[in-house]
Design a protein. Structure first.
Length: 256
């Protein structure tokens, strides 16, 4: 096979699967690892692919644009977010303790909790989530103090992290802006990445709530590697080829 033909096939495989590992390319194209890595480097220089640790993905490189506000995002993919929230709610049992971070999917989960009959303890750094829970007398809410980010209405900073670290909870429900197997869970803001990571570390069982549009996207700040999550809850719009790559890394996806 000529090098040009092989590179065209790499691009076509990426278009079909959105992301692929070096090993998979070696097996499918009967080429050495060194050859595939040279091909990927050239294709990245041409702007056709984005290289990741151990492979490549098709699409935009690391997302650096300004983060949309809560108001701008709250009605995007709302059907999927409500379905994901319902699936997340099904994981909760009476008297559980929860970490819930700021996000437009996690707010849908908070709305379900606020209307429920469950006795729960919720620690959150999101003013909107605290408000959604405030009318339910069976839910004890700890609102994390710290610096308020206007973009997401979340508290962040060292004081917020110290507060979160003082708890040990049953479950953490965390939203993210991007997910890839190689780069893990990512978000545009470093302070939010750090508080999300602290919340994950405080929990026995860790859930990532993400609709299908968050997959194969990389933001500039890493929250954690994918191994830190026990489950990803997503919607049925997620491509099976993408979900298979996470299952290969022992991350179970619960479909809403």
């Amino acid at each position: 096979m000529l090098p040009g033909e092989r590179r065209l096939l790499i691009v076509e495989l990426l278009k079909a699967n959105q992301s692929i590992s070096v090993k998979q390319l070696c097996d499918q194209l009967n080429a050495s690892e060194a050859t595939i890595r040279r091909d990927l480097s050239l294709l990245e220089e041409q702007g056709k692919i984005v290289r990741t640790h151990g492979g490549a993905l098709i699409g935009d490189p690391v997302t650096l644009e300004d983060e949309a506000s809560v108001k701008q995002k709250e009605n995007l993919h709302l059907f999927e977010k409500k379905a994901i929230a319902k699936k997340a709610f099904e994981q909760i049992r009476p008297h559980d303790s929860l970490m819930i971070d700021a996000g437009t999917t996690t707010i849908e989960l908070a709305k379900l909790i606020g209307k429920s009959d469950l006795s729960l303890t919720v620690i959150t750094n999101a003013t909107m989530i605290a408000n959604a829970l405030s009318d339910n007398p069976k839910v004890t809410v700890y609102l994390v103090g710290g610096k308020l980010r206007n973009q997401t209405l979340a508290t962040v900073g060292s004081a917020a992290i110290r507060f979160v670290e003082s708890f040990n909870v049953h479950h953490a429900f965390i939203g993210v802006n991007g997910i890839t197997p190689e780069n893990g869970f990512t978000t545009p803001d470093l302070e939010e990445a750090l508080i999300k990571k602290a919340m994950l570390q405080s929990a026995k069982t860790r859930y990532i709530l993400a609709d299908h549009t968050k997959f194969n996207k990389i933001n500039v700040c890493q929250i954690a590697q994918i191994a830190m999550a026990d489950f990803i809850i997503s919607d049925s719009g997620l491509d099976t080829a993408i979900s298979a790559r996470f299952e290969e890394n022992d991350i179970e996806i619960l479909f809403a």
